[in-house]
Design a protein around this ligand. Structure first.
Ligand code: AMP
Ligand code: MN
Ligand code: MN
Ligand code: MN
Length: 279
C-alpha cells in the first residue's frame, strides 16, 4: 500500500456525490492519489465498482463508509475505513439509517412547502440515484435548478441548516452503534470533519472521550473544510487523546467541493497517520 498521497473521504453518485464510483477513482488517480477510500453516506454499494476501477488505474483502495449519527442532539458523521463490505451487522445497521431518510425527506418537503417552496421531494428525488439515500444535497441541487439561489452552498445557508425552513430534526444512529458496526466489519472508526460540529462548552472533549472509550481510533485532521486553525486544533486533540490522524477531501463533485481529490496538505509530521492501522 502506498500512503504517499492518501485520500480517505469522498463520495460517489451512489450517495450524494456527482460522479459514478469508477469515474471518481479515475479522477483520483489522475490527480495523483496513491491510496483512496470511498466513503459514501450510509451505503456500501459503490465499493465493488470502485475497487475494480482502482485496480485498473493502479492505485490502492480501501472500502469505507460515512455513517450519519446523532450525539446529544448534534448531527455528526463517523467514517469507517478498511471495512469488510460483507459484514451483516454493518449492513443491517446502515439499512436502518437508509430506512429513515425517505421519511425525513417527506418532512423536509412539508417544511419547505410551508415556507412557499413546493415540489421539493419529487424534485430532489430526480437527483438521487438511490431513493433511500435521499440527502439534503439532492434538495439543494433541485432548489438551485428552480432558481431559489445560484449555488448549493447558499441554499444550505438559507434553507437546509438548523433553524432554517427546510431543516428538520431526525433520529440517526447513535455513536455507540456506528463505532460498533465499524469494528464488527474489521474497520477503523474516524470522526469526520470535526471542525463542522457546534458543540456546547466542553462538548468536544466529552465527545472524543466517549468515541475513544467505545473503540474509535481516528480523527480527520486535514480535510476539505478545515482551515489551518482547525488543523492545528485537531492535531492537538489527536496528540492529547492518543488517536490517529486521517486526511480526506470529502470530494462530492467538480463544482461542489472545497477541494479536489488528492489536493490536500500533508498531515502534521508528528501525528500517527491512520493508514498505519490499515496497511
Ligand atoms: P444529509 O446526510 O441529508 O443530512 O446531507 C448532508 C450532506 O449535505 C453532506 O454530506 C454534504 O454533502 C452536504 N452539506 C452539508 N452542509 C453543507 C453546506 N453548508 N454546504 C454544502 N453542502 C453541505
Ligand atoms: Mn455528502
Ligand atoms: Mn460528512
Ligand atoms: Mn462526506
Amino acid at each position: 500500500m502506498n500512503p504517499a498521497n492518501f485520500d480517505f473521504h469522498c463520495h460517489s453518485s451512489v450517495s450524494d456525490g456527482l460522479l459514478p464510483p469508477a469515474e471518481l477513482v479515475r479522477r483520483a488517480a489522475s490527480n495523483g492519489v496513491t491510496w483512496l477510500a470511498l466513503t459514501d453516506h450510509d451505503d456500501l454499494s459503490g465499493l465493488g465498482e470502485a475497487a475494480a476501477a482502482a485496480q485498473e488505474a493502479g492505485i490502492d483502495f480501501s472500502g469505507g463508509v460515512e455513517i450519519s449519527i446523532e450525539w446529544q442532539g448534534i448531527p455528526i458523521h463517523v467514517v469507517g475505513l478498511g471495512i469488510k463490505g460483507d459484514c451483516p451487522q454493518l449492513q443491517a445497521g446502515l439499512q436502518t439509517i437508509r430506512n429513515g431518510r425517505v421519511e425525513r425527506a417527506r418532512r423536509m418537503e412539508a417544511s419547505l412547502a410551508a415556507a412557499g417552496i413546493e415540489g421539493c421531494f419529487d424534485g430532489a428525488m430526480r437527483y438521487a440515484e438511490n431513493p433511500s439515500l435521499i440527502s439534503r444535497a439532492h434538495f439543494a441541487r433541485y432548489m438551485v435548478e428552480i432558481g431559489i439561489a445560484q449555488d448549493t452552498c447558499t441554499i444550505f445557508h438559507h434553507y437546509l441548516t438548523p433553524g432554517k425552513p427546510g431543516y428538520v430534526d431526525h433520529r440517526w444512529a447513535t455513536l455507540e452503534e456506528s463505532v460498533g458496526w465499524i469494528l464488527a466489519a474489521g474497520g477503523v472508526a474516524v470522526v469526520a470533519h470535526p471542525g463542522r460540529y457546534r458543540f456546547a462548552n466542553g462538548g468536544q472533549r466529552a465527545f472524543l472521550s466517549e468515541f475513544k472509550e467505545l473503540g474509535g481510533q481516528g480523527i480527520e485532521v486535514v480535510c476539505g473544510c478545515h482551515g489551518n486553525d482547525n488543523v492545528q486544533h485537531f492535531a492537538r486533540l489527536v496528540r492529547h487523546f492518543g488517536l490517529y490522524a486521517s486526511r480526506g477531501s470529502d470530494f462530492h463533485g467538480p463544482e461542489e467541493s472545497y477541494i479536489d481529490l488528492g489536493k490536500l496538505a500533508a498531515l502534521p509530521e508528528d501525528l500517527k497517520p491512520v493508514w498505519r492501522l490499515m496497511a
